[in-house]
Design a protein around this ligand. Structure first.
Ligand SMILES: Nc1ncnc2c1ncn2[C@@H]1O[C@H](COP(=O)(O)OP(=O)(O)OP(=O)(O)O)[C@@H](O)[C@H]1O
Ligand SMILES: [Mg+2]
Ligand SMILES: [Zn+2]
Length: 508
């Protein structure tokens, strides 16, 4: 008997419809699988036959041919186990499923018939045609992802036998209707250090507040132990909440990056990601790709922060690869089978010492590096990359005297309130455009929204001239000044806003 089962395969972040066609006929027993399967798919026959046996059915003894269509798309991973099992069960007449054509199956099987989670179920759920009579059948461990797509109808189960039982019974009492995003935010985790406990460093705190408010890239430069890493680690505590749309975008990427067989319950990403890849990170782990086309750290940081501590220690070509997403908010990975686009709109943060010994900018300790070594160190970071970093601050070491008595500074929660207010102004400003923050806006917008008086504009141009700013540098200056004006809820950018923005241009 011939049977066609609906399923999906991942291609980057996209879920592509695939049908699993099973033909089981009398004849010399055998199994043929065609349609560009990868190794995991090829091995699925062994898992599927054994899982089916655990249900008490036997599907061997037939001449079985399976075709995965479309034939030119490479199918990878183990998500086709479940559709293959159902296809073989139905095609051999072992089970009968009423209205089989309305189900879409994804899931991995273990030898004993357990249904194991697969990656990218949120992508599948989002791609399923709306309004049509489609029901998604998935492992229970993937149900949190399906429940995020409002109105989606789905069935979930822990084992193949439970799944078969539900399907044979017509499933009516087992269908869930997804409610969409119900929990929209989580309070900042207690694992995040609070700015209240950071002594002094008011300049750095302010710079990070401006960066968070406008989603500007930032760089902290200072002596060892000055508190750069500490301040950056406080940053998640002042980042604004994500919108529903952003939560879905980010969660979708994390769902695709999920490790196969990871049976931990997947939770939607409700707070902005803060990714801190190690400086030994490879190109693939940072920007994505590889044989399985997984997203990299830059994509996992989508809508959040990608923090590169010890920036000069990163491989230069790896850093250069970040220029594309910093400009376009996306990464494209080319394959013979087509190009995969990964969203990667992140705020880049970085920290570094000014020289190999670390004390070149220290008022109290002398730098022992040769000028040549200092120059080489600086050259590890390219000019174009530095040019894309709007906020660059030097981090002076805190005077030991300031630690006495530990004066309490402003808490992260207070700073976050100001950041959120500034972001709300930006949401209203960019309503109807594809921009989300000041850092992203185009040059024309930067000029238009600055709403400078003639005198202020003259000041901006004169300052840019004096500091030899490139055209891009000039517009980036306006964007940072726009954020500073937003923080004090002022409609137009004025000279003090520009002066502060100019102070963040010192390093490059
Ligand atoms: N302003 C500060 N307030 C409170 N603690 C501080 C401050 N500055 C530094 N510290 C303490 O010093 C430790 C070292 O700071 P941190 O790791 O942030 O330095 P760093 O600038 O990143 O140095 P490196 O260049 O070596 O990476 C922190 O864990 C923190 O306990
Ligand atoms: Mg550090
Ligand atoms: Zn030095």
């Amino acid at each position: 008997m011939f049977q066609r089962i609906r399923s999906y395969c991942l291609f980057g972040i996209k879920a592509v419809p695939v049908s699993v066609e099973v033909d089981a006929s009398q004849g010399l027993p055998g199994f043929t699988l065609v349609g560009l399967p990868d190794n995991a798919v090829r091995e699925s026959r062994e898992r599927v036959v054994s899982a089916i046996r655990s249900v008490g059915k036997v599907v061997t003894g037939f001449r079985t041919t399976v075709n995965l269509s479309p034939a030119d798309l490479r199918k990878e991973g183990s998500a086709l186990d479940l559709p293959l099992a159902i296809g073989m069960l139905v095609a051999t007449g072992e089970i009968e499923v009423p209205k089989l054509e309305r189900y879409v199956f994804v899931g991995e099987l273990s030898l004993d018939g357990l249904l194991k989670p697969v990656r990218g179920v949120l992508s599948v759920a989002m791609s399923l045609p709306r309004g049509a009579d489609s029901i998604l059948v998935i492992p229970k461990a993937n149900s949190a992802e399906a429940s995020l797509v409002e109105g989606l109808r789905y069935i979930c189960s822990d084992t193949l036998s439970e799944c078969v039982e539900i399907l044979e019974g017509g499933a009516e009492n087992s269908i869930y209707v997804a409610k969409g995003l119900t929990q929209k935010s989580v309070p900042p985790s207690s694992a995040i250090p609070d700015f209240r406990n950071v002594v002094g460093m008011s300049g750095v705190k302010r710079a990070l507040e401006v960066a968070a408010a406008g989603a500007h890239n930032f760089l902290l430069v200072g002596s060892p132990g000055a508190g750069k890493t500490l301040c950056a680690r406080c940053l998640p505590g002042i980042l604004p909440e994500m919108t529903d749309e952003e939560i879905l975008e980010t969660t979708r990427i994390h769902s695709c990056a999920r490790r196969a067989g990871d049976s931990e319950i997947f939770r939607p990403i409700l707070s902005r990601p803060f990714r801190t890849p190690h400086h030994s990170a490879s190109m693939v782990s940072l920007v994505g790709g590889g044989t399985r086309l997984l997203p990299g750290e830059a994509s996992l940081a989508h809508n959040g922060v990608l923090f590169l501590d010890e920036l000069p220690e990163f491989n230069r070509s790896v850093l250069e690869a970040l220029r594309e997403p910093m400009e376009d908010g996306a990464i494209s990975v080319s394959r013979a089978s087509g190009t995969v686009m990964w969203p990667a709109r992140f705020m880049m943060g970085a920290a570094m010492n000014p020289c190999p010994c670390g004390f070149a900018m220290d008022p109290k300790r002398a730098c022992t590096c040769l000028p040549d070594a200092r120059k080489r160190y600086r050259e590890r970071i390219s000019g174009p990359l530095l040019d894309r970093i709007d906020i660059q601050v030097s981090v002076p070491p805190v005077d030991a005297g300031m630690f006495a008595g530990k004066p309490e500074g402003e808490s992260s929660a207070t700073i976050r309130e100001r950041v959120c207010a500034a972001r709300n102004i930006q949401h209203r400003r960019f309503a109807g455009t594809h921009f989300k923050s000041n850092a992203e806006m185009s040059s024309e917008c930067a000029h238009q929204f600055a709403m400078m008086s003639q005198a202020t504009e003259r000041f901006a141009i004169a300052a840019a001239d004096k500091m030899n700013l490139s055209a891009r540098g000039y517009y980036r200056l306006l964007k940072v000044a726009r954020t500073i004006a937003d923080l004090r809820k002022n409609e137009s950018v004025e000279i003090p806003d520009l002066s502060e923005a100019l102070r963040y241009k010192t390093y490059s």
